[in-house]
Design a protein. Sequence first.
Length: 101
Amino acid sequence: MRVRIFKPAKTAMQSGRGKTLAWVVESEPSDASRPDPLIGWNGSSDTGRQVRLTFASREEAVAYAGRHGYEYTVIEPRERTIRPKSYSANFAYGRSQPWTH
């Protein structure tokens, strides 16, 4: 079984970073999803997609995958770059474009 280990990204719907601290172990899909002929919902016989394990650190997640004999891929998180901004820069005299509504 192949799994991927990663840190989830921040959701676009919230400004907080609450659910981005834990490392996640998730199985890679082994079966293609296909629409159900009766209802039309997408489904698959792969139930491993429904399991999502969280760990406090990367090392714990890798140890879990190794202990169970899973082949794993670790996806390193990208660090967030913070660009300092100032509200008063919107009204600066030397601004490249004039401020308008």
